[in-house]
Design a protein around this ligand. Structure first.
Ligand code: 3HC
Length: 301
């Protein structure tokens, strides 16, 4: 069934090569998904070789897991490994038809990155952004061809979560949007067209959910109680595990965006901000015990 608001699919352009800006966890997951489903070359770029190696290494390790589980054949695994590569320069995007950025959630950084990509790609190349909460219209403004920019927002873990929010900016044209829907279908994602509003649809709810649970902890409810009290609701993950999965810095950024847009409706957890400022990667340790330093930050020691 055609998703509501999707343009005529005849307008969609063919995608024969994909560029991914960033080689962090989200970007690497995207690279694997695009290579696996579109079966086209995918190039990751990042600022330094170490990050690039980590990103490509993640893809290789995930391909090994797929092979071990029998989800792909040895031939397919070999092809997947060959399809994904890393490059330190965006020149590698010159013949790409679809470039997605998954860099740090900062409007100026994303605008700069998109302008750099636009300088090397063809006029027809779609520029997609995996932003969690920022305005697509603002991101596209200042580009030579803002009509080629579209929001393409995935959820963690990318391989598993079926949803994709597609966001049309004020300038986005029908061919770009049709290409986005067509790519989403090939990726086997269930796409919805959402308005270019702060945090779109899903993260408005998640921010509320995470915001209230971190507020409860801020107000003195012990972390385990705040977290496990919700187990009985049948959620797939406890809230602090989800916070760990999403990444505290991303969750904080979305909360700040929502607070700036709707100050009375969305707060920002002081403890979450402290946690991120302290550079803690997550709320739980790898053994799913609460990290003692995190406990000190949240509960005052
Ligand atoms: N990467 C890749 N695959 C993963 C994975 C990961 N991080 N985590 C789990 N999987 C795979 C497993 O390998 C398994 O695959 P298999 O069937 O091939 O073996 C499959 O997912 C199911 O995993 P589990 O058996 O561990 O099953 P669970 O029942 O524990 O489900 C879950 C795991 C699907 C992650 C589930 O806990 C869940 O749905 N959690 C909620 C996730 C969520 O809400 N995400 C949205 C976050 S918001 C966001 O990303 C937006 C951003 O802008 C902030």
């Amino acid at each position: 069934k055609k998703p509501a608001g999707a343009p005529d699919k005849a307008l969609a352009r063919k995608v024969t090569k994909v560029g991914v800006v960033g080689a962090g966890l989200m970007a690497s997951q995207l690279a694997l998904l695009f290579a696996r489903r579109l079966e086209v070359p995918v190039v990751l770029t990042d600022l330094d070789q170490a990050r690039l190696d980590k990103g490509v290494g993640y893809v290789r390790a995930e391909v090994d897991k797929l092979l071990a589980k029998g989800r792909v054949s040895a031939d397919q695994a070999g092809r997947l490994r060959a399809l994904v590569s890393g490059s330190l320069t965006k020149d590698a995007f010159a013949d790409a038809d679809f470039v997605i950025e998954a860099v740090f959630e900062d409007l100026d950084v994303k605008r700069k990155v998109l302008a750099e990509v636009e300088a090397v790609v063809s006029d027809e190349c779609v520029l997609a952004t995996n932003t969690s909460s920022l305005s697509i219209t603002a991101m596209a403004s200042g580009l030579r061809r803002p009509e080629r920019v579209v929001g393409f927002h995935f959820f963690n873990p990318v391989a598993v979560m079926p949803l994709l929010e597609i966001v049309r900016g004020d300038a986005t044209d029908d061919a770009t949007l049709a290409t986005a829907f067509s790519v989403a279908k090939t990726l086997k994602k269930s796409s919805v067209l959402v308005k270019d509003a702060p945090a779109f649809v899903v993260n408005r709810l998640l921010t509320r959910f995470m915001g209230e649970i971190t507020a409860a902890a801020d107000e003195g409810t012990p972390l385990e109680v705040a977290d496990h009290a919700l187990d009985g609701l049948g959620l797939p993950m406890t809230p602090f595990t989800l916070l760990q999965l999403v990444g505290p810095a991303v969750a904080l950024h979305v909360a700040e965006t929502m607070h700036a847009a709707f100050p009375e409706r969305y707060g920002v957890s002081g403890n979450l901000a402290t946690l991120v400022a302290a550079g803690k990667p997550g709320v739980y340790g790898s053994d799913f015990q609460i990290d003692p330093e995190v406990r000190t930050l949240f509960e005052g020691g």
